[in-house]
Design a protein around this ligand. Structure first.
Ligand code: 5GP
Length: 115
């Protein structure tokens, strides 16, 4: 059995997290090191390592994650806009090998990065 990812440990309550959403398929927590006034991570319960490992079997999950992002953005009052980032793999800057979508907002963002 492979080791649990950091995010699975948060999902399982072994490490604390500030939850803003939970459902059958995913959770959302505030990032521990926020790059913007609102910085939320939307994380599938299924420990898919990255976007690159999503398969056709995950079709519904992928749609659910995006719809959840939009729902949380509304919940967080980001009606003026926000950014969604999925760092993927080593050169993509991914540090936690469990798929997650960053929602960044609450200030004007420029360029293409997470900040
Ligand atoms: P990545 O760099 O993989 O795209 O994003 C990982 C994110 O997870 C980073 O923004 C980092 O601040 C956040 N993070 C790392 N450890 C923890 C933690 O223990 N709790 C929370 N809430 N966020 C974390």
């Amino acid at each position: 059995m492979t080791a649990k990812t950091l995010f699975t440990r948060i999902i399982d309550g072994e490490i604390p997290g500030q939850f803003v959403h939970q459902d059958e398929h995913c959770i959302a927590i505030r990032d521990i090191n926020p790059a913007a006034p609102v910085h939320v991570l939307v994380i599938p319960r299924k420990p898919v390592p990255s976007l690159a490992e999503l398969t056709a079997e995950d079709h519904a999950l992928a749609g659910h994650l995006l719809l959840t992002v939009a729902r949380i953005a509304r919940q967080e009052g980001l009606e003026n806009g926000y950014r969604v980032v999925i760092n993927t793999g080593e050169e993509g800057g991914q540090t936690v090998p469990h798929l997650h979508l960053h929602i960044l907002g609450g200030r004007a963002l420029s360029g293409h990065g997470t900040a």
